[in-house]
Design a protein around this ligand. Structure first.
Ligand code: AMP
Length: 614
């Protein structure tokens, strides 16, 4: 039986959500739907954005309301226009196969006349932002005396935005008998207080630890000198060719400056901040949603309620002041069960702030090195190589040219062809990144920060990662890396599965492009090498070697690349004095929405088109 039917949702709704791809309930849906369907509880759900909470309250509302009559029975309050439209749209989609379900979105920055008209026509569910809702109430244009359910969505955001009084006034127009369902990503004391004020012994549901944030998010930080911040940021972006990210800045000016600089440097970026008109904001958001923008540079306020799936990275170009804001920022990635990375680019003085956020979140952050120019080249190269597999061939169009192309290469061996083909792009990467300086800020006393591990477990006892001490870890090389779609977590799982050693005993994991390093305790080395003896990954033998480098004391630049890793020699890039901006970079021009970065400077438009769709 369909699991939603088992939860008590009727067939016509289940059919509609099946078409949306909802096969199994998310954890919050699984736990809250049965409770909310009783219709007799107040409810507090502590859940991050992206966990499926709209359906968690939307589906029960569709079950509980009477759609034979046309007056407001449910009111959903949410902080932003974007979220308001999203919820309205979602509920309409769930109700697609039901008759006479009327949902109205009420939000500022759009014609009130139209919204009033829709209300007048008859509505059962009103989804609203507080300001406009109050305006309509004050005009006596709506009657909430029959409201049975009020949903306060993203309650913490609404309070952050100063909507407390508006919410009070709105709720005072609804009957005391209504049930209130409150959802919040975090539970600061103000939210506790409103829960207490509006609710009677609510059923409380916490998805995950309090304030822990989404478990699918990896938190990373990079330490750079303040003057290298922008260059480091670009390098991180270059190291992630398929990035679809939101970059947070503290001020409007900063968002504008960064966006302008990025556009000038040929990246596909734009800014979103409070000085834009609603129309301008909508335009930027549409481009981002459509993925014709790769990087959205935003302030906290402007980014509230941004609800875009598949955001791969959140980048904190400037750290937020509050832990709560960090939670909101990072919650823009890893939605709907996906994974994501939240990156902070800091200077050494801000390390204390990272520790503070770690404590607030109850999660460890991983310190990551800014990739070297070589790392970027390698990553970009393999990104292109992978695209050979995924590219959609337009048989009809290409057909006519194939004989001529074949003729051109008839004398060339496959090996020679591949080498040359790959070199077309690779040469430009190498050229661009030659002499790229090391952008990692030196740690003052030569010591590295204590915690560098790729997970959120307890700091290990060993002195292996801090300077000077004798390590109990051996650093191993493995010929798998991010091009094989491994992140640190995946690699840890892969190692543990194949070797049966405990994840807790694995030290620092350093995922590179075509290879990685990881540390294991000395006594486990044999277990690991034996464990991988006959293991293949996608038809290739997995190779484990003891790294010549010892433990993670040494900078990664020191090792020699092995054979099989691409056949080129690593050029040490650390000594260059040149700033990133001073490279012989080939600019791609770049109007907003122009092509993505193009190292070759050639065929920009067609590459832009192709990449824009990812
Ligand atoms: P929400 O937290 O409600 O904003 O949901 C985040 C995303 O997850 C939205 O794109 C939903 O369409 C999607 N979603 C919600 N529930 C499910 C489900 N049970 N199965 C698959 N996707 C879902």
């Amino acid at each position: 039986m369909n699991p939603f039917i088992e939860l008590g949702i009727r067939h016509d709704i289940v059919n509609a959500i099946s078409e949306l791809g909802f096969e199994n309930p998310t954890p919050i849906q699984e736990q809250s739907i049965p409770v909310l369907l009783t219709g007799s509880n107040d409810f507090v759900g502590l859940a991050q954005t992206g966990t499926g909470k709209t359906a968690a309250f939307g589906l029960p509302l569709l079950e509980l309301l009477d759609f034979e009559v046309n007056y407001p029975q449910a009111l959903v309050l949410c902080p932003t226009r974007e979220l308001c439209l999203q919820i309205t749209n979602d509920i309409k989609n769930y109700a697609k196969k039901m008759g006479n379900v009327n949902v109205v979105a009420v939000y500022g920055g759009a014609s009130i006349v139209d919204q009033l008209r829709q209300i007048k026509r008859g509505v059962q569910i009103v989804v609203a932002t507080p300001g406009r809702m109050l305006d309509i109430i004050n005009r006596k244009a709506i009657d909430f005396s029959q409201v049975k359910f009020v949903v306060l969505d993203e309650a913490d955001e609404m309070l952050n935005m100063g909507f407390q009084e508006d919410i009070d006034s709105i709720l005072s127009t609804t009957p005391d008998t209504k049930k209130t369902w409150l959802f919040s990503a975090t539970m600061p004391s103000e939210v506790r207080r409103i829960a207490k004020k509006y609710m009677n012994e609510p059923f409380e549901l916490t998805m995950g630890e309090k304030n822990t944030g989404n478990v699918n998010i990896e938190h990373e930080y990079y330490i750079v000198r303040a003057r290298d911040k922008y260059a480091a940021f670009k390098r991180i972006v270059d190291f992630n060719p398929d990035i679809f990210g939101i970059v947070f800045c503290r001020t409007k000016i900063e968002t504008q400056d960064i966006a302008e600089a990025l556009i000038k440097d040929g990246y596909n970026a734009d800014s979103l901040h409070g000085d834009l008109s609603q129309q301008q904001r909508d335009k930027v958001m549409k481009r981002y949603r459509d993925r014709s923008l790769q990087l959205l540079i935003a302030t906290d306020v402007a980014a509230r309620g941004i609800d875009v799936n598949d955001v791969t990275h959140v980048i904190n170009y400037s750290l937020p002041d509050e832990v709560e804001n960090y939670t909101h920022r990072s919650g823009r990635t890893a939605r709907a069960g996906k994974t994501g990375v939240s990156i902070s680019i800091i200077n050494a003085k801000e390390l204390g702030k990272i520790r503070q956020i770690e404590r607030g979140l109850g999660k460890r952050f991983v310190k990551v090195e800014i990739p070297t120019g070589f790392d970027v080249c390698e990553k970009q190269l393999f990104s292109i190589v992978h695209k050979v597999h995924t590219v959609v061939v337009n048989e009809q169009q290409i057909e006519q040219y194939i004989p001529r192309i074949m003729e051109e290469f008839k004398e060339m061996s496959k090996e020679e062809f591949i080498k040359r083909f790959a070199s077309i792009e690779f040469n430009s990467f190498l050229e661009y990144y030659k002499n790229a300086p090391d952008l990692n800020a030196p740690i003052e006393d030569g010591r590295r920060p204590e915690r560098e591990r790729g997970d959120d477990r307890a700091p290990r006892q060993s002195s292996g990662v801090s300077g000077g001490g004798k390590s109990e870890y051996t650093r191993l090389f493995i010929n798998l890396g991010s091009v094989d779609e491994f992140n640190r977590g995946d690699l840890l799982g892969y190692i543990c599965n194949n070797t049966k050693i405990s994840g807790r005993t694995v030290g620092k994991i350093d995922v590179k492009g075509v290879y990685s390093f990881f540390e294991v305790q000395h006594e486990d080395v044999e277990k690991v090498t034996n464990g991988f003896k006959d293991i293949e990954f996608k038809g290739r033998p997995v190779r484990i070697e003891i790294s010549g480098e010892g433990t993670s004391e040494k900078r990664e630049g020191g090792y020699q690349r092995r054979e099989g890793g691409g056949g080129y020699n690593r050029e040490r890039s650390g000594s260059g004095e040149k700033r990133e901006g001073g490279f012989n970079r080939e600019r791609t021009g770049g109007t907003a929405g122009g092509g993505f970065r193009d190292f070759s400077g050639k065929r920009r438009e067609d590459r832009g088109e192709r990449r824009r769709r990812f």
